[in-house]
Write a protein that binds this ligand. Structure first.
Ligand SMILES: [Zn+2]
Length: 288
């Protein structure tokens, strides 16, 4: 037995699978205790018929109920020992009216949610924590808030864990971007063939209207984890979130290609109490 504990702070049901699914399954297989904090219920996700949250018949509570079951399924697949749902309402993308909902995660004061997270950290005392960077990886308010409450909680507890942000190195992001752009071109052409003229999706912007760079310079990556032994489970956990990602990039890839291509997860080290140097292959390096 080991007394190692890992905890990730994620914004929505499905984020645990997409950014840390391999790491969770790998650590569970190593006997590490694993904890997941999911901040929101995901009310702004797609409804079962694909309806978006601005559609009249989109029922956020119904979407959340479906996503709760999907999350529990993914948690079982990833071998996560404890799931804590903070239960905030999904804030939606930047500028959506849901940002203003007083029950939304975005409208919740950072210190209030941070205090709740700090209590969980004090109970579990994880040595290693993962969340998103200050831009929430791609600018989603709930992801930004997950970063903020994690930093707030770390300032409230009586020890210093190793904090990592999930990341995609620039070299890999360039490959993903080429694939997305190809898919987007195909969609625009297919729409044009049906006589539908659609503007390309807008670029992602941060709170100041600056374009968001989702990639991280390769030399800043602090951990590269080989998840190839467990990426079948990662695919299955993603697939458990059926209502949200049935036509995602990953599902279109299919299980076989996913297992072939999605072999690594990358992280940036933010705090370094065990004084590691350079890039490691194990997020618990320094603790084992
Ligand atoms: Zn999310």
């Amino acid at each position: 037995m080991t007394d190692l504990t890992f905890l990730a702070v994620h914004a929505h049901p499905d984020d645990e699978a997409s950014s840390t699914g391999g790491l969770y399954r790998l650590l569970a297989d190593q006997g590490v205790r694993t904890v997941l904090v999911t901040c929101t219920n995901g009310e702004c996700g797609d409804a079962l018929d694909g309806a978006k949250p601005d559609a009249d018949h989109h029922d956020g509570d119904e979407v959340a109920a479906i996503r709760k079951v999907e999350l529990e399924h993914a948690v079982a697949i990833l071998g996560i020992d404890r799931l804590v749902r903070l239960g905030y309402r999904d804030s939606g993308m930047k500028g959506w009216p849901q940002n203003e909902d007083p029950d939304s995660f975005w409208a919740t004061p950072v210190e209030v949610a941070g205090e709740r997270l700090a209590q969980i950290l004090m109970e579990e005392r994880p040595q290693v924590i993962v969340t998103y960077n200050e831009q929430g990886f791609y600018g989603h308010p709930d992801h930004i808030q997950a970063n903020r409450i994690t930093l707030a909680a770390l300032a409230m507890i009586d020890y210093e864990p190793t904090l990592y942000y999930n990341a995609i190195p620039d070299s890999i992001m360039a490959l993903y971007r080429a694939r997305w752009e190809q898919e987007e071109r195909e969609r625009l052409e297919a729409d044009a063939a049906k006589g539908v003229v659609r503007e390309p999706d807008p670029e992602l912007e941060d709170a100041d209207g600056e374009p968001i760079e989702m990639g991280t310079p390769d030399e800043l990556i602090g951990a590269i984890v080989d998840v190839s032994a467990v990426n079948g489970a990662k695919f299955d956990a993603l697939e458990a979130h059926q209502s949200q990602i049935a036509d995602s990039f990953w599902m279109k890839m299919g299980r076989e290609q996913f297992m072939e291509l999605m072999r690594l997860e990358w992280f940036v080290r933010v705090t370094n109490p065990t004084q590691l140097d350079g890039c490691v292959e194990d997020v618990f390096a320094g603790y084992r």
